[in-house]
Design a protein around this ligand. Sequence first.
Ligand code: C2E
Ligand code: CA
Ligand code: CA
Length: 427
Amino acid sequence: MTECDHVTGLANYARLQDRLEQAIAGQDPAGPPLWVLLVDLDCYTDVTLDFGPDAADYILSIAAQRLQSCLPRSAMLARLYTDHFAAAIPDSEPPQIERYARKCRKALTQSISVEGIEVVLEPGMGASQYSDGDMLARSLVRQAGIAKAVAKNAGRDFAVYVADHDRRVRQNLVLMHELRRAVQERQLLLHYQPKVDLRTGRVNGVEALVRWQHPLRGMVMPDEFIPIAERTAAIRPLTAWVLDTSMEQLARWRAKGLDFILSANLSVKNLEDPDLPDAVQRLLAKHGLPNEALQLEITETAVMQDPERSIPMLEGLADTGIELSIDDFGRGYGSLTYLQRFPASWLKIDKEFVIGMDADPRNATIVRAAIDMAHQLGMSVTAEGVETKRVLNLLRGLGCDRAQGYLFSKPVPADRIEELAVSICEE
Ligand code: C2E
Ligand code: CA
Ligand code: CA
């Protein structure tokens, strides 16, 4: 059959379009609407390069089965091209669509064994809803794709299309182009946030956090541009600039007797760069810093993208004495088994759990469990997002090692750090 995808046995784009046109024609304006859910496995090129086309087909067929099992019987699932799937889902309300998306994500993120290696997919998803009489099937699919792109840019895995998304996608495209020049044109700057050692009550480290001083938009925060940089080649020069600039600043502080440890963030794309360990060593040597002065923060989600490649690289870095910290712990969908293999000596609990831990006992339980587990594994723990004295006292009681948050200070320009180091330790 020409309207069937021979790899997965699903419908192809032409058949999905027919189904959508029919559903649109029969849509009851007063009833629950028709939806398109678009799923992108984001793995096709990598899997084809690493394992060959047969393995890619195998992954597609497993993904197709898993998706099918998460969707209602009335839905039609199709493969559009490469690793892009779309489903037409009739008669659904937004909460149902969110539930289907969550189910699909859960099913797709279960690892798939390919030649003895566990491959973990990182699907991106977007949904759109049939809304007015003149809408075409094509536009529904396009809008679901736009929602998926917006979700990805925001570091999320799912979004439902709203009219504002078109503008955001265009804005992100513009930012993407401008970002390439931002590094060369010195539009980036660093703020530093103190980290406090809870045994001594003193500042013993800082985290470098990048900002973009945009000529027209003013200060753009990293959550807006790091996900965009990660999708382009811009992340490499950006990270190199962050490391170089923050190490230069650290050398200045150390020359004044402020023996801080510098923490810098790495993105998943940096872990794909085989030159990273050498580049880090060259920068440490350039600024006359010992390896022990640097801590690199990496999210578990970043490591999980390709653990077979990233873990050896991280082991190499850790062997040289550079400290590694798992960032945003608790936020990802990481598997605990990797925690043991991850050569990190620090674990940083995400602020989402820390901020409300005095009000919500569930958050307090998660923080307690994370601290105990890290200590059992021989790791030390930083809590980020410490905004109140009450939370600080709870963390002290749980044996947390370091804290960072607005209670002590927001991220500030380098010249404010010295006075903060004095005032924080006097408290
Ligand atoms: P992160 O690494 O989890 O950094 C912590 C974020 O929480 C920072 O946001 C910080 O300003 C904020 N924060 C700190 N204390 C508190 C608190 O007490 N309460 C609340 N509500 N928030 C607090 P920021 O600076 O906007 O950075 C956001 C994210 O951008 C970072 O999250 C990190 O993932 C990324 N990022 C920043 N700089 C870099 C960089 O140089 N490279 C890479 N790859 N990512 C970076
Ligand atoms: Ca961090
Ligand atoms: Ca965080």
